[in-house]
Design a protein around this ligand. Structure first.
Ligand SMILES: *Cc1c(COP(=O)(O)O)cnc(C)c1O
Length: 394
């Protein structure tokens, strides 16, 4: 019997990796010597700011950091997160009880399910959305109820459309603003609606705040925790990855309602043994340091956003500039599906875009462009599209 036959159902039932098919096509194209430009994966192209790297190097030399550390994170790390919330959002958090370290926010986004979801339980999942929400749910034996994010609603879920019996049964509700993949932002009114819903149905809100620092035109994106009552119903997942170009470092946190933070801590103390303290010192440096590097980063993404949106609009798209995240979400032209358009663009001009159906069924008919490639490659990719696609129709 092959080993794969002995895999647990939770592994067998995992959907195929989003980029598997496109990665195979990329390999084939590269083997043929095609110069591929990838607008695919959302992983910042620029390096981590120098002071953060230097802090890591210095702390890596300290033997005190070579041992196991607490699963909840060093208190000084949690204090730095609290100070960051106070400074950025005016939100007061108790570092002892309301904040926990995560080995990248994805870790907590997945693991929270094991704290609240029993087999057969239901979670409310945005679609299109970051795949980890639904997959984390399935890994814990839970079931997914899809909240459609539609263009006509500004890619916010319509909470009044969730049937009463579903709302009664639901355990967790995931939200993410600024949003991956749509680039949509939410205001505090929407978060207040979510708080009200969560109170009424005793649902736990899990807000993924990975892009809170990536916004444009001067409008700071709110933290979910800014809204009155938020701390009674949920937690927010924060990440160093996007604001500080630190995806490889694996540094994040969860903050909010005490007993939820505590449950996640109890789970984590059984599956990991804390994050390397030198990484935590580097994260403290990032969170408490000057915000100049983030301001600069926003300027770079803004310029890239404008190049892509204006370029696509010259070809016949009619896109508005997104207000947050570093993604452009756009409909595919007439006659294409998400997959067939992505393949067409790769074959015809050697540009990789991400098919929207990889983010859920409501992503079908769309594609995503990530702004995380150097300016000149980004410009070249857009030039190639302009030269080869001609005017598109919808
Ligand atoms: C990049 C990203 C994250 C961040 O994950 P880390 O594990 O902190 O690197 C979380 N959520 C979304 C939607 C993302 O795109």
């Amino acid at each position: 019997m092959s080993n794969s036959n002995r895999e647990a159902l939770r592994i067998k039932k995992l959907p195929p990796y989003l980029f598997a098919r496109i990665e195979k096509k990329i390999e084939e194209a590269k083997a043929k010597g095609v110069d591929i430009i990838s607008f695919g994966i959302g992983d910042p192209d620029m390096p981590t700011p120098l002071p953060i790297i230097e802090e890591l190097c210095q702390e890596a030399h300290n033997p005190a950091n070579h041992q196991y550390s607490p699963s909840v994170g060093m208190l000084s790390f949690r204090e730095a997160v609290a100070a960051y919330y106070n400074k950025t959002f005016g939100v007061k958090l108790d570092p002892q009880t309301e904040i926990i370290n995560l080995i990248g926010s994805k870790e907590g986004i997945a693991h929270i399910n094991f704290c609240y979801v029993d087999p057969g339980d239901l979670n409310l999942i945005p679609d299109p959305g970051y795949p980890v929400y639904g997959i984390g749910t399935l890994l814990a034996g839970g079931e997914v109820y899809t909240m459609a994010l539609l263009e006509e609603n500004g890619y916010l879920p319509d909470l009044t459309k969730i049937p009463e019996e579903i709302a009664q049964k639901a355990k967790l509700m995931y939200l993410c603003y600024p949003n991956n993949p749509t680039g949509a932002v939410a205001d505090k009114n929407f978060f207040a609606e979510a708080v009200e819903f969560a109170k009424k149905y005793e649902v736990i809100v899990c807000h993924d705040a990975a892009y809170t620092e990536i916004f444009y035109d001067g409008k700071q994106s709110p933290s979910f925790l800014e809204v009155p009552g938020a701390k009674d119903v949920g937690i927010e997942f924060g990440s160093l990855s996007k604001p500080f170009n630190m995806t490889g470092w694996r540094a994040g946190w969860a903050a909010g309602r005490k007993d939820i933070v505590d449950a996640l801590g109890r789970f984590k103390s059984n599956v990991d043994s804390g994050q390397f303290q030198a990484v935590q010192y580097a994260a403290i440096k990032a969170l408490t340091g000057s915000k100049d590097s983030i301001v600069e980063l926003r300027e770079i993404y803004k310029k890239r956003r404008d190049i892509v949106v204006e370029g696509l609009n010259r070809l016949g798209w009619n896109l508005e500039k997104p207000q947050g995240s570093f993604y452009i979400w756009a409909p595919v032209p007439k006659g294409y599906t998400s997959a067939s358009f992505a393949e067409y663009v790769l074959d015809k001009v050697g540009v990789i875009i991400t098919p929207g159906n990889g983010y859920g069924k409501y992503g079908e008919g769309y594609f995503r462009i990530s702004l995380t490639i150097p300016d000149e490659r980004l410009q070249e990719g857009i030039d190639r599209l302009e030269e080869n696609l001609g005017k598109v129709e919808f």
